[in-house]
Structures are given as C-alpha cells and as structure tokens.
Ligand binder design. Sequence first.
Ligand code: 16G
Ligand code: ZN
Length: 537
Amino acid sequence: MPSFEPMLEVTLKNYPKKNAAHVSYGTAGFRMKDDSLDYIVYRVGILAALRSQDKTAVIGVMITASHNPISDNGVKIVDPYGEMLEAHWEKFANKIINCSDEELAGVIQSIINESNINSSQTPQVYVGMDTRPSSKRLSAACLAGVETMGGKVADFGFVTTPQLHYMVWSYNSKSTHQPTMEGYYRKISDSFKRFLKLCKHTQSISAPVTIDGANGIGALKAGELQTYLGDSLSLKVVFDGTAGVLNDQCGADYVKSKQTSPVGLDTLAGERYASVDGDADRVVYYYKSKDDVFHLLDGDKLAILMTSYLKRLLNTSKMSDALALGLVQTAYANGASTDYITQQLDVPVACTKTGVKHLHHAALDYDIGVYFEANGHGTIVFSKSANNLIAEAASRADASTEEGVAVLKLHALSEIINQVVGDALSDIVVIEAILADENMSMEDWDKQYTDLPNVLTTVKVEDRSVIQTTNAERTVTNPEGLQAAIDNLVAQVSRGRSFVRPSGTENIVRVYAEAGTKDEANKLATGVVSLVKEMCN
Ligand code: 16G
Ligand code: ZN
C-alpha cells in the first residue's frame, strides 16, 4: 500500500466530494461559490504537495476569488518561481478534482508514476488567503491535503496574491530579499526611498494618494506598507473593510467596468486615486478634472506611463542598445495606446491571449518587458541578464552625471517592482515614483494619448465553446462566417475594431468594440452582439 493511503483514509472523510459537475482549472485556478470548494481545496493541497516533490521546491497555494463577489472563493497553485501552474499540471489538477473519492488514491499514484516523483522527499507548501469569510475554512482544507501527503506547510494567513507569489519566488530563488512580509515591504520601500533621493523635484507626491482597498486584503496590506514607507509617500486607505462589503461597489473591477469612482467616495479635483481588487493583483488610477468629469487611467495608461518612462531612462543611461524594451498587451488594449507606443515612441508591442500567464511569458522575450491587461493586472519583467547588467552598472555609476543617475533610477525601479507577477501595491509605488520624477499631474499623465471610445459587453449563449478564436483572440475561426460579418460591421465605422471571445471564467461570450466616436462604438457593439446571438445559439 502506498505510504499516503492510511492518512488519506482518515482525512478524506472530512472532505467528501460533493459536486458531480465537471470543473476545470482555468486562468484563475478553480473558482466558484465557496460552499462547493472544500473538497476541491483539500485535493489541491494534495496536488501542491506532489508538485513540490516533483520540482524539489516550495509551491504556493492561494485562496482567493479576486474581484468576484464575497460569496465566491477560489484556489490557485503558484509554481516555484512565482509563475502560474504549468499547463501539463493543470491536466493533473483536472484529473485529481474530477475523480470520485474511491478513485482518488489511484489518481494520486498515477501522477506519482507519470511524473517519476520521489515520494521520500518532504513536500513544502506556502499557503495564503484573502479576507473572505470562507477563506480560513478553505485554508484549513488545503493544510489537510498537504499534510495527507506528509508535507510541511508555512501558513502566511492573510496576504495579497502577489505577496504569496513573492514569498515562493524569494525562497526558491534564494533571493537577497527575504521570503517574509518584512522582506517584501523593505524591498519596495527601501528602493523607493533610494529612488526619490535621485529625483530633482518630488512635489507631485507630497499630497497623499487615496487607495480604495475594495474592502479586502489590499487595504490591510497598504496600511502595513505605509509603516515602511514612512513619510516618503502617504497612502490614504479608504474602503478598508471596516464597514463595507468586499468588492461591493468599489475596487478596481467596479471602477474599470463601470467607468466611475466607487460609490460613496467623494473625489476632489487635483487629487490622485487608485483602486485595487479583492486580492490586490490589479490596480487602476483615476481623477476628477476641474470641470467635474471622472477620468480613468486603466492598465493601458499604466503600461504606457511605465514604458515611456523606461524608454527615456534607457536613452539617458545609454543602455538602450544593450537592453531591448517591449510592451505586451491583449486585444482589450485601447487601439490609441498601441498606436501611441509603436508610432510615437517606437517601442515594439506584442499581443497575446487574455490571462496573465500568456502576457508574462511574452514579456520574457524582451530584456525589459512591460505587460498589462487593460483591467489593471501587470508588471515589468527584466531578464536575468538585464537584472545583472543593471545591478553591475549601478554599482559603478557616477551619481554626479545625468547618465549615472539614470542608471541608478533604473536599478531602483527594478527593485520596487514585483517582477514575479502583477502587484497592485508595488505598481502603485512605481507609478508614484515616475509621477514624482516627471513632476507630472494626473492630467499630464492622462494627456499622453486619448483613448478611443469603446464598449465592453457580454452575451449569454448556450455553449460558449462554439466560439473558437486565433490570432491572440482577435480573429474568430468558428462559427464559420462570423469573422467576415464582424469585419463588415467594422468597415462601416471610423477607426473601428471589434472582437469576440469566450470567457475563460464564466459561461458567457465577451464582445469588445472601439471606434472613432462613442456613437460608432455603440453601433458597432450592438451589431456584433446581434451577430453573436444569431450565429452562436
Ligand atoms: C482571470 C485572469 C485575468 C483575466 C481574466 C479574464 C489570471 C491570474 N487572471 O481573472 O488575467 O483578465 O481571467 O476573464 O490569469 P475572462 O476570461 O472571463 O474574460
Ligand atoms: Zn485579482
């Protein structure tokens, strides 16, 4: 009998399989109503332990449903260097979750055999959770799964998703930045303070930035970050969970999709606002202009600010020949942002499918790759050689020259940013650093380019899998004729662009349309929605 079986027999009784429906590991791991998740999270704990033995490394498990309602929850595995779970293991995840209780031991053994896993090693798993009421219960289920396989757990309790990714990366890569909360905060705040000392003027950030914490973990952790930032930057946290409900009429997803400020937040002209989502891996900024109009600075705007600033730093530091800079977006990126960065700044842009892992992977093709989804998930990744080159140049930089200062700024920025995964808190500090150095107001930032009017909507269909796409989700290959019909509508408006894709997280089809005017964008979206209804049901 395999050594895990006696323990499995004991713990399995507490986590019997309830759900007969087939579930699959998507871009967000497993996500659903929290009361259906107990046996799933328990089994994910088992799988994470196996993955840890497979990689001889610490593996992470995060309990969160991000921007989704408080009644949902979810679970996601973090691979050794903070990446999303490898595709081949997503298949194992589906197998282990969808088998019956009676089949479970056999499935575990088959994974051990197929991956040649050395079962004598002790698995090590880092576990973290968001602030949902169900998270503690589910975290306990995960621990039971890991322990069933004889694994050791480091339970980080309440952390943001990117903080857990950081811990896993920091431990496995033996980073000089410690795999502790203090290590995380010091990395951001020390490099930010170092950066500010290199700037001529920092007036633009003398006033606080208001952070909408979505009534979740981001609020808690922004407060902790503040203690490390001291008076270098003031974060004023609102929607901190003391009164409101998680993600309810607040948070990055609400602000981005409704294009308005959180309900109850009194925005003042001239001030800076940022909203993070329920697990703080996304952020959007916004402000109110003097004429009382709300302006959103979404993931595209963040990406363009970071990319244009990096471009300038590379030129001044004379490192632009050695370090290739690029931007990665998805089809949702506003066409005006892509035009601006390719035509005005001459930076190459790649487009990938939706989902962080696709963007992250593509960003690694550059020495310095910026990637952002329009929804605000993104970061900057530096290749190993770029990190080394920059650190080396910084160690001999002459701070009395413009060139030397640029090198030092580049080095500090590369340490403020969480290179492992999109991280709202570290993104905010990077944006604040750039605004400070450029002495930029929100209006200045917003003026870099003007968004094309756009519409993002959804269509309910019987089976979203009838829609198949290619070309980074920009072209439909099935149902036949749908793409030609979309092209036909696009041709009828100025600067038109539209695409449809099946959601990876819900049983719906998403429709995006943009055009030269709001009316045209609406007309295009309405037309494409009708096409989807006609041709996909
Ligand atoms: C997941 C993805 C997010 C993507 C969203 C799209 C990760 C960690 N998260 O939340 O990047 O924007 O799915 O959802 O990859 P959709 O497929 O329903 O449009
Ligand atoms: Zn999130």
